[in-house]
Structures are given as C-alpha cells and as structure tokens.
Design a protein around this ligand. Structure first.
Ligand SMILES: Cc1cc2nc3c(=O)[nH]c(=O)nc-3n(C[C@H](O)[C@H](O)[C@H](O)COP(=O)(O)OP(=O)(O)OC[C@H]3O[C@@H](n4cnc5c(N)ncnc54)[C@H](O)[C@@H]3O)c2cc1C
Length: 543
C-alpha cells in the first residue's frame, strides 16, 4: 500500500467522494478512507433476503433536470450517463396528509399556487403574497454573494430587495407578515423534514431553495441510491485514485502546525499534505485533530454548534406489489397542524406525540430495477424525526465510542414500539400494509451513528437554523493549513445536492478554481476514456 498521497479524503459520503473524484481528475493522487465496508455514507444501500434493497438516505432529489447541479457535477467527471434520473409524479411528487386534508404538491409553481388557493380560499391574499416573496427571494439569490459587503449594499437594495429583507429571517415571520392561517402554514411547511427545522428556525431562503429545487422536478436515481457513489468511485479510480473501505481514521496528524496525514485505527500512518474530512464535523475537529491544534475560539465554536435532529427509519419488504397500485409519490403524514410542538418535543429529548411520517417506496419510483424488489414485491421506508440524546434510546456512550447496544432490552423495546407505531400510522395511507410484511427492521439514531459515526446519529450535519446558516457555517478551508472539510456541516448544507455542491466547492478551494462554474461551461475533468464499462452491480463497484 502506497503511504504517500497528494490528498487523503476521510469518509466516502457524497461530499467526500465528489471532492475526491474531482481532486483525482485534476491530477492529485487521492486516497479515500471509509470506515464502513461500502462507500456512499448515507447514500449507500443495503440488501436483505436476496430480494429487497433499501435506501439509507436517497429518496428524492431536486435539481436533476438536464443542466441541473447534480447532472452537471457528474458530467464534469464524464460519468453523468451512469446516473439516470427518474422523475416522480410531476402532478404530485409529495402527497401531504393532515387531518381533513390531502394535498398533492405539483412540480409547477403556478399549479402549486392554484391548488393552495383552492384548498385555502380564505387565505388567498396571504398565499399570493407569500409565494411572490418566496419566489423573489430565490430569483434574487443569484445576485448575492455572502457575506454581504457593506459596499455592495446600494446595488443589492436595487437588485435584491426581497433577498435582503427576507432571506435570513425565519419562515414563521414571513407567515406572520402574510397573515396566513394555521392550516395553510402547516401545509406550506410540511416538507420541513427535508431540513429538520420548524418554521421558527428555518431561514426563508432555505425553505425557498428546497421548494424551488423540487418545482423543477423531483427525481430518484434509476438503480437505487448506490449508483451515485458508484459513479463517483469509478471517476476516482479512472484517474488513479483509490478507495479503501474498513479503514477508520483515528487521528489527523499535524506537524509544525500543518497537516501531514492520518493515523488509522490499528496504528497505520499515511502521509499527505492535504486531508479533506467528510466525517462528522465535531469528531473531526475535536477528536481527530484535537483542541491542542485549534484556536480556543474555533474549539468553542465547533463545540457550540447544534446538530440537526436525526431520523428513525422502518425498512419494510412486502409480498404485494405497489407498482401501479399507488402514485409515484412520497407521503408526508401528520396528525396535527402544530409543527413547532413536534420539533420542540424532539429537541427536548422526547419522541413527539404527534410526529409526522415520511414514506418512500423505492420499487414504485424505479419499477424496473428488480434488485430493489422483484415483481410481486415492494421495498419501502417509513421515516420520522426523533430525539438525538442517548437517554431517549437507553444507551450510555454510543457505538462510535465502542458501546455495544444490540442486546440492551430497553433500547430494543423503545425501537420496536416506535417501529410498530409508525407502521400503524402508515397503514392509513397504505391500507393492509401490515399483513403483507415479510421483512422488517428499524434504524435509530444510534444505528446511524454506528454506520456513519455522526454526532447524534444525524445525516444533516449541524442544524441549518437561521443562526447557523450561510456564512455562519464552516467553510471548506480550516485554520490548519492543508485541512479541508466536505459534507453536510459545511456551507451548502446537507442533502444529496447540498453535499455534492459542497464537495466540488471543497475541491475548488484546494486548487483555487471555480470548478462548478467550469463544469457548467462544459469542461470535462480527468480522463473519462479510462472509465471502463459501467458496473453490473453498483454496490459491488462501491467496495
Ligand atoms: C433516512 C434518511 C433519508 C434521507 N433522505 C434524503 C433524500 O431523500 N434526499 C436528500 O437529498 N437527502 C436525504 N438524506 C440526507 C443525505 O443522505 C445526507 O445529508 C448526505 O448523504 C450526507 O452526505 P455527507 O457528504 O455529509 O456524508 P455522510 O453520508 O455523512 O458520510 C460520511 C462518511 O464518512 C465516514 N466516516 C466517518 N468517520 C470516519 C472515520 N473516522 N474514518 C473513516 N470514515 C469515516 C462514514 O462512515 C460515512 O461513510 C437522507 C438521510 C437519511 C439518514
């Protein structure tokens, strides 16, 4: 094994893999170290019973239309043809259920507006005002570079007045400004699980960005989530890079104040002048680097960041086929209109009494890929936001610090009870679901911590609340020369498009180029001729 690299990337989440593939394509000898046995982080899949494949963290993605950010990032590496984006139903990619309301969210601003007004005629004036402002904030965001410099203010007051007025204020204030009623507020914010924040903490521009992305279409990658890491691993390898799985980094080594490489669990050391960490922000800076190498202000700042809430997931294999029996949609199911209450309960360490469900059916989104579920069967996931604290799950130290929790009876019963509760709720939109279950398992935040080593088991990094947004998030470059960050806790945030954008930004920060801009202009980096044929099995190709 070569011990001298130009760049080492810790973690093979999509942020890390994107940075790594671009660095390799730019001629840097790049090594990716992943502690799990397959690459992808939250974008990896797992299989059960030789019948079902389950997605961990790829259920739908926006901005995947031709020329969109993700196809462009993949195209820049010559691997865009390895990920085919299948659209969810444009007439209702999300279906929202509230007491007495079913609302299909279309991928079209005008139709969205029309349906909102039809459903909430008493709120018509407020709905128009809300959507006009939201739309303007997103339109004007292209004219703004953060942080806003005082000298740029006169221009921005002319060109981006709505952005300046609203972008970083909480969504709840915009609801108040538009005098919207309780029920329409809940419907407008129902997809808040995509960023795990209540309206009182959500920056208007974050909500607008997520909705605007999906208004251009919501997509699922044909072949399941693993095709994305597999494409990036192919680009990495084609350009001389390597992926090593089952390789957990314990320390980032610093010599004379500069990064010199990493030390793996077991003691092996590898040298590189550039280290990119796609691992959890707090563990990277406070454990792998250590406060002794950081300024007190940085240590305090990293320590004080709040992590986003984690997700609880139930994975089900069914012996009925939901293809053609249900629309190609995600279900968001609420039993209350009070979103603030459920977030307050989860943040306070309690599983919310009136929690929501998010249901994604992979075999409906991609009906032809039989590895997801063969004909006659269904693979689906039910998700919900839950508290992060170990106390809520009856564990003490967590698996990242070596705690074994599988046989812990309190842990198991908490997990089983919640799984059953979510299945009961899911039956309201998929009647008869329970009697067709042939595979069932659940993942808690503790499970997520075990597989990704994230603080609190979140996949969303540090919370994207108004006070931890934009310039208040870590940039790719750290105060230690040679150490960079990529992934959910950095400026572009979490989600598949957030971390892939962030990953290319990190590679660009290392080489001092606007790589996304260049990719948008049609540049292909590296040597796609060396890619070889697409893999038969993306999972095998990611190991
Ligand atoms: C249930 C669920 C549903 C989701 N649904 C969607 C969705 O529909 N659409 C969407 O856009 N997003 C979704 N997400 C969010 C999205 O998947 C994540 O935000 C994103 O994948 C995170 O990418 P990342 O680059 O931050 O890296 P991560 O995925 O967090 O990966 C980090 C990697 O680093 C590795 N690592 C950590 N520490 C070490 C170490 N010391 N040594 C070596 N390796 C290490 C981990 O094993 C992991 O592989 C979902 C997430 C979850 C959990």
């Amino acid at each position: 094994m070569n011990t001298d690299w130009d760049a080492i990337v810790i973690g093979s989440g999509l942020g890390g893999l994107t940075a790594a593939a671009y660095l390799a394509a730019l001629g840097k000898k790049t090594l990716v170290l992943e502690q799990h046995y397959v690459a992808g982080g939250n974008a990896h899949v797992f299989r059960r019973m030789k019948k079902f494949e389950f997605d961990v963290g790829v259920h739908y993605v926006g901005d995947c239309n031709p020329g969109g950010t993700l196809p462009t990032i993949l195209k820049g590496l010559g691997v865009d043809d390895r990920v085919e984006w299948l659209p969810l139903d444009p007439d209702g990619f999300d279906t929202l259920h509230f007491p007495g309301i079913e609302f299909k969210v279309p991928a079209n601003w005008d139709l969205y507006r029309q349906r909102l007004v039809e459903t909430f005629p008493d709120d018509e004036t407020g709905i128009h005002r809300f959507l006009d402002i939201l739309h303007a904030v997103i339109r004007e965001s292209g004219k703004v570079r953060l942080p806003v410099e005082p000298a740029d203010l006169p221009r921005l007051m002319e060109e981006a007045p709505n952005f300046l007025a609203w972008a970083l204020r909480p969504l709840s204030q915009l609801f108040d400004e538009c005098a919207l009623g309780t029920r329409v507020r809940a419907v407008l914010a129902a997809e808040c699980g995509d960023y795990a924040l209540p309206p009182s903490k959500t920056p208007v521009v974050l909500h607008g960005g997520v909705i605007a992305g999906y208004m251009k279409g919501a997509y699922y990658p044909k072949g399941g989530g693993q095709v994305i890491p597999a494409a990036l691993v192919a680009a990495l390898r084609a350009n001389g890079g390597e992926l090593r799985t089952r390789a957990r980094v314990e320390r980032i080594t610093i010599e004379d104040g500069m990064v010199s490489g990493v030390c793996l669990e077991g003691g092996e050391t590898l040298r590189a002048p550039i280290v990119v960490s796609n691992a959890d922000l707090k563990r990277t800076m406070l454990d792998m680097v250590g406060p002794e190498h950081l300024s007190p202000a940085t240590t305090e700042k990293i320590d004080s960041y709040r992590m986003a809430l984690p997700i609880f997931v139930v994975y089900l294999g069914l012996d009925i086929d939901l293809r053609e029996r249900m629309p190609n949609t995600n279900y968001w199911c609420y039993t209350s209109f009070d979103l603030e209450k459920l977030y307050a309960e989860a943040s306070g360490g309690q599983v919310p009494e009136d929690n929501f469900l998010f249901i994604s059916v992979g075999s409906v989104k991609d009906p032809e890929t039989e590895t997801i579920a063969p004909k006659g069967y269904t693979s689906l996931e039910i998700m919900s936001l839950v508290p992060a604290g170990y106390a809520a799950w009856s564990v003490d130290e967590g698996p990242a610090r070596g705690e074994r929790y599988h046989r812990n009876r309190d842990y198991r019963s908490t997990k089983d009870e919640l799984a059953e509760r979510l299945i009961d709720e899911a039956e309201k939109v998929i009647p008869g679901l329970r009697e067709h279950i042939v595979w069932k398992e659940a993942a808690t935040p503790v499970t997520h911590e075990r597989y990704t080593l994230s603080t609190g088991g979140t996949s969303y990094g540090i919370e994207l609340a108004t006070d931890q947004f934009g310039p208040n998030r870590p940039s790719p470059k750290t105060e230690i020369p040679g150490l960079y960050l990529a992934g959910a806790s950095t400026v572009f945030g979490h989600g598949i498009s957030g971390v892939m954008r962030g990953g290319i930004l990190t590679a660009g920060a290392i080489v001092g180029r606007d790589l996304l801009g260049e990719a948008h202009s049609g540049t292909i980096f590296g040597n796609p001729a060396k890619l070889g044929p697409p893999p038969g099995d993306p999972w095998e190709a990611s190991r």
